[in-house]
Ligand binder design. Structure first.
Ligand SMILES: [Zn+2]
Length: 630
């Protein structure tokens, strides 16, 4: 027996066996992650205006020396590479601040100022990274802003670098792939509550950092906790081959929709012979389906776009950099890096489909699919963020969905009802825990957690089951090469030991909520309606949205709110004349209806109570829903 937070002998043996297969002689990444180093920041903690620390550059200083037996040596190594923070020269004229957030911010120097690529998650971390750049490269004004894609770690800190006025005055063009705004907002809106709660598991924000705790997410260490912001782009990139010159810098674009993000693009700087691959390549196997939950990505399209990238610029490029991790230099090495990343997604896709057509299920393919030796021998194709296991299941899901075709799985009991029956069949909770303990002692933690999960779903107060489940999840975490798996396992252990930690970071910053379109606002109302309570309600509301210049009619019937654009308000309906921000304010509760009517922010023709009736039918969301217990 071991006490919690120590590795068992079985875990130690598993880690030693895994270490034996690692290409430890290949230390090129350490050279690349250090190459071009200019300076570190003296200021090691980044704070919000209220003094709260939102990022600590030394939070992972414990990632020093050889891996402890509570961490997979491959993930430990990845963490050591990720904490090499500071300002780095990619090539003369291109710089990156790394280690300032989950993502990396890049600076391209133009004739007058600097173009900024992907300003991190929080305005505080972006401002600190930009200050480090200016300290060493001079007080250059920002002359361009590029968002590579629609994920918040690539735009959230924008207001730490530029202002809305910079953009509206025309001083700073903000450039993004077509569809950016729709996806930046919508990907997090409809199921944002659930995604955010699950992200707490994936990133381990509430798990203590340390040798036996959270040691990084593989893509970056963790997410910063400052203020996320958004300034909408004014230049949409819609076609591959499109070229722009910003502050004298030529940029050629390749749009890659439906890859790592629904709206994403790569781009090439011919004058620097430098390629930015957004998040389409990185020093990890990425996610086909992220553990926080999302729509499944298209591994096939992802691979095809990378082939196109090589075709477009492979002959001339000298360096490839991205918005996570460190660059790869030299034409030959850079192209081989792109090709290996491409092969990784293509192989996963094609072999999964080959095995699907032999009748194997996602869970079976995940166990048997081995990556080609050359990919195993490279570090950047290891699964620190995505994994072969969960990506294979995601590819299965993309093509075939949740049902595996076996009618025994078509209508099983849900978790609690199944758990009660399993536990009874095992001879009761105590007997089941004894079985699980035997599996634990034999190092079969996967079976141990499955049995204990049934016990907890039948009786969540069973103290021995809770304690052993926390220990078993912890051993799985210690063994994981994948940072998000480790965080998820340790998050489960943390909640079983210390209680529900809720949602450490919300997905709904004011700038994102404020960017909702009228359609999205009406959609968010529709998905919050308490269906059964609204079965017998019938309401028709018209919204004349003055700043959008459109009229929307929303009709509630059969518990569902259907809306449409119309020429005129619906006859006999209550009509609200207001702006889009006012509508958002009413829906989110930041604007009081009576006050808004009194000061003429909202004009009502009809019965104002209709809106209250609708709002009264909205159900609260639950950001604290249980995960490892029913
Ligand atoms: Zn990212």
């Amino acid at each position: 027996m071991t006490s919690p937070s120590q590795a068992t002998d079985a875990t130690k043996q598993a880690l030693a066996a895994a270490a034996a297969h690692l290409p430890l002689d290949d230390t090129q990444d350490f050279d690349d992650a250090a190459r071009g180093f200019i300076a570190k920041s003296e200021q090691r903690q980044i704070t919000a205006t209220d003094g709260r620390v939102v990022w600590d550059l030394d939070a992972y200083a414990f990632l020093d020396g050889p891996a402890p037996d509570t961490a997979n040596p491959s993930l430990w190594r990845q963490g050591q590479l990720l904490i090499k923070d500071g300002l780095f020269e990619v090539v003369p004229g291109i710089y990156q601040a790394r280690g300032y957030d989950l993502s990396v911010i890049s600076f391209i120097e133009g004739d007058i100022g600097v173009i900024v690529i992907d300003p991190l998650i929080s305005k505080e971390t972006a401002a600190a990274a930009f200050a480090l750049y200016q300290q060493h490269r001079g007080e250059r004004p920002v002359t361009g802003m590029i968002y590579t894609h629609s994920h918040i770690d690539h735009f959230g800190g924008v207001k730490g670098v530029i202002t809305v006025d910079d953009v509206e005055s025309g001083r700073v063009p903000v450039i993004a792939p077509e569809g950016f705004m729709d996806y930046a907002v919508s990907e997090n809106v409809f199921v944002g509550t659930a995604m955010s709660r699950r992200a707490g598991y994936m990133y381990g924000a509430a798990v203590e950092k340390g040798q036996a705790g959270q040691i990084g997410a593989g893509l970056g260490q963790t997410t910063s906790t400052g203020e996320p912001t958004l300034i909408p782009p004014i230049v949409d990139i819609a076609t591959t081959g499109e070229e722009l010159t910003v502050d004298g810098v030529r940029i050629v674009f390749q749009v890659t929709p439906g890859t790592e993000a629904p709206a994403e693009m790569n781009f090439y700087f011919p004058d620097f012979r430098a390629l930015c691959t957004a998040e389409n390549t990185s020093h990890t196997l990425h996610n086909i389906l992220t553990l926080r939950g999302a729509e499944v990505r298209d591994a096939r399209a992802w691979a095809a776009y990378l082939t196109e990238t090589i075709d477009l610029w492979g002959d001339e490029l000298e360096v490839v950099f991205a918005s996570h991790h460190w660059p790869t230099w030299g034409q030959e090495r850079a192209v081989e890096f792109l090709a290996m990343q491409r092969d990784m997604y293509a192989y996963l896709h094609d072999q999964t489909l080959r095995l699907i057509n032999q009748g194997y299920l996602g869970a079976e393919i995940a166990e048997q699919l081995e990556m080609p030796p050359a990919l195993v021998a490279a570090w950047h194709t290891h699964g620190y963020y995505g994994s072969v296991s969960h990506n294979v299941k995601a590819i299965y899901q993309r093509y075939l969905g949740w049902y595996d075709g076996n009618p025994a799985h078509l209508w099983p009991h849900p978790p609690v009802e199944a758990a009660q029956r399993y536990v009874a069949a095992m001879g009761g909770a105590d007997a089941a825990v004894a079985l699980a303990r035997q599996a634990y002692d034999e190092g079969d933690y996967r079976w141990s957690v499955e049995v204990l999960n049934h016990v907890l779903f039948a009786d969540e107060s069973h103290a021995a089951a809770r304690a052993l489940q926390a220990d078993a999840l912890e051993q799985l975490g210690f063994g994981a090469e994948n940072g998000t798996w480790r965080s998820a396992f340790l998050a489960g252990a943390t909640e079983l030991r210390y209680g529900n930690f809720g949602t450490p970071a919300s997905s709904a910053p004011p700038d994102l909520v404020g960017a909702l379109t009228v359609e999205q606002v009406l959609g968010t109302i529709a998905v919050r309606i308490d269906g059964p309570r609204a079965w017998d309600e019938h309401l028709v509301l018209s919204f004349v949205v003055t700043d959008v210049g459109a009229i929307y009619i929303a009709e509630l019937r059969n518990g569902t709110l259907n809306s449409r654009v119309a020429e005129t308000p619906a006859a006999g309906s209550t009509t609200f004349t207001l702006t889009r921000p006012a509508l958002i304010g009413l829906v989110t509760g930041t604007l009081d209806l009576a006050g808004a009517v009194a000061d003429a922010t909202v004009a009502i023709d009809g019965d104002a109570a209709d809106l209250q009736r609708l709002v009264g039918l909205l159900a609260p969301v639950n950001p604290d829903f249980p995960i490892v217990t029913p």
